[in-house]
Design a protein around this ligand. Structure first.
Ligand SMILES: Nc1ncnc2c1ncn2[C@@H]1O[C@H](COP(=O)(O)OP(=O)(O)OP(=O)(O)O)[C@@H](O)[C@H]1O
Length: 296
């Protein structure tokens, strides 16, 4: 399956929120949708889920306009949307039925997921008796129980302890292996880096950077070397003003010309004892800041 958002535009009154957002996502991959607060991530996802239409643009699945009757979409919203006073298992079954499952299939899927997420003991309880993180896990079940083709996760890790976060990571990886399309929106870059093969950065209503995360990082690399050596002081003196100590204790050598990187690496390893030397690749966080610091 291939999902394509083409040139989506959306205004709220006179506020142009999306100015032609295009992005692609394929089966078995997770796309990280990034952007500063108010960039339009949730608006894009809501249009994809048919909560409201775009003013213009189109959404295609395998080249044809998406058919919401035939395409299953699961959504974990940033703001929680379950009934606080209702019994957990009952409402999960109810939501799965709303997504088109028979009652018996819904019950079987809900029980499987409660078990999978270590939540079985809470199935007969009211939602508001659970901690925030456990409520989040219950909400996740509403996004996946009906076995959707597209899974949209908006800040899925908020409130989860490290063990639950690991569990959620496993679930997302499993969904990817099953060939689902995952769209993932988060401000927590470490999670995006862990999961997402592809990223799209929204700024000022446009996608300002899109593509394979590894390639993007590689493309943005090259103007510096990272060196670890017992002779860092001598190296620093040699590079006189072009080398500085990074926070992690390694030496960062800025290159006058990135094309010289391999020649420079050879020079360093021939002259000094070196434990580690590599081309500096910026983190996703560095790249994000570079592309969004001037919010348009
Ligand atoms: N229903 C609405 N009516 C009017 N304006 C809206 C509506 N929904 C969103 N907006 C505006 O559209 C802009 C984009 O909002 P959106 O929620 O899509 O951003 P976001 O990227 O998800 O932000 P965050 O990271 O803070 O969740 C904001 O300026 C917001 O105020």
């Amino acid at each position: 399956m291939k999902l394509e958002l083409r040139e989506l535009c959306k205004n709220f009154g006179t506020h142009q929120v999306l100015k032609g957002v295009s992005l692609k996502a394929e089966s078995g991959t997770a796309v990280g949708l990034l952007g500063r607060n108010g960039a339009g991530k949730t608006t894009t996802l809501r249009i994809l889920m048919n909560v409201f239409p775009a003013d213009s643009g189109e959404i295609l699945l395998d080249g044809k306009p998406i058919d919401y009757q035939k395409t299953g979409i699961g959504y974990l919203p940033e703001e929680r949307g379950l009934y606080p006073k209702k019994i957990i298992r009952d409402q999960l079954i109810y939501f799965a039925e709303l997504k088109g499952m028979s009652r018996s299939d819904a019950a079987a899927a809900v029980d499987r997921w409660l078990e999978r997420l270590d939540m079985k003991e809470y199935s007969g309880k009211k939602l508001d008796s659970l901690s925030k993180g456990n409520q989040q896990k219950i909400q996740l079940i509403t996004a996946v129980a009906h076995d959707p083709d597209i899974v949209i996760l908006d800040e899925p890790f908020s409130g989860l302890d490290p063990v639950s976060a690991e569990l959620l990571k496993e679930v997302v990886r499993e969904e990817m292996r099953l060939g689902k399309i995952i769209l993932f929106s988060s401000h927590q870059m470490n999670y995006i880096e862990e999961f997402c093969n592809e990223i799209a950065i929204l700024n000022g209503g446009n996608i300002v950077l899109e593509g394979n995360l590894r390639e993007i990082r590689h493309r943005h690399a090259g103007n510096a070397l990272v060196v670890r050596s017992p002779e860092q002081e001598e190296i620093c003196r040699y590079y006189n003003g072009r080398a500085s100590l990074a926070e992690d204790g390694s030496l960062r050598i800025t290159l006058a010309d990135p094309r010289d990187r391999y020649r420079e690496m050879r020079l360093v390893t021939e002259k000094w004892a070196v434990d580690e030397i590599r081309v500096f690749e910026p983190s996703l966080n560095d790249i994000f800041v570079q592309y969004t610091k001037n919010q348009i």
